[in-house]
Design a protein around this ligand. Structure first.
Ligand code: FE2
Length: 161
C-alpha cells in the first residue's frame, strides 16, 4: 500500500529536485515569469520600433527580433502553465526605459543590452533546471538571443553615420 499523498504529475518530486541542487517549482516559475515580463517588453519595443524604422534592412531585422520575442513569450507562458503556475501579465520596466530613448541607434543598442541581460539570466537559470523539455526550450531561447544580438550589432555598425 502506498501511503504517499497524491500530487500533481509535474514537480511531484520538487523536494528531490531541491535536494539535488536543482531549482524547485516556485524558484523556476519566478525566474520564468521575470523572463516573460522582459520578453513582453522586448516584443512591444521591437514592434513599435519596427513601425518607426525607415531603413528597410533595419526594419526587417527589428521585425524578425519582434517575431522571436513574441515566440519566446508564448513558450515561457506555456512552460509556466505546464508546471502549474499562472503566467504574469505584466510588462517589464524595460519597455518604458527603451521607449524613452528617441534616437533609433541608441534604442537598438539599449535593446541589445537588454537581450544580453536575458542571456545572462538564462545562463544562471539553465543549471538549475532539471526538466529536459524546459531545459531544451530555454537553451534554444538562449541561442536565438545570442544570434539576434550579433545581427543587431552588425546592423548598428552598418547603419551608423
Ligand atoms: Fe528577448
Amino acid at each position: 500500500m502506498n501511503d504517499e499523498p497524491a500530487s500533481p504529475v509535474c514537480y511531484a518530486s520538487q523536494g528531490d529536485d531541491i535536494y539535488m541542487g536543482y531549482g524547485g517549482r516556485d524558484e523556476i516559475a519566478a525566474a520564468l515569469n521575470v523572463l516573460l515580463e522582459a520578453e513582453r517588453a522586448g516584443a512591444r519595443v521591437t514592434l513599435e520600433s519596427a513601425n518607426d524604422a525607415r531603413h528597410p534592412p533595419t526594419k526587417h531585422l527589428i521585425k524578425a527580433v519582434y517575431e522571436d520575442e513574441a515566440k519566446w513569450c508564448g513558450m515561457l507562458s506555456a512552460q509556466i502553465k505546464r508546471i502549474g503556475v499562472i503566467p504574469s501579465t505584466h510588462c517589464g520596466a524595460f519597455y518604458d526605459k527603451a521607449m524613452a530613448i528617441a534616437d533609433s541607434h541608441e534604442r537598438l543598442a539599449f535593446l541589445n543590452r537588454g537581450q544580453a541581460w536575458v542571456v545572462r539570466k538564462l545562463e544562471e537559470l539553465l543549471p538549475r533546471v532539471r526538466d529536459d523539455i524546459l531545459h531544451a526550450a530555454l537553451s534554444e531561447m538562449r541561442a536565438s538571443h545570442v544570434e539576434n544580438i550579433q545581427r543587431t550589432e552588425e546592423c548598428i555598425a552598418e547603419t551608423k553615420t
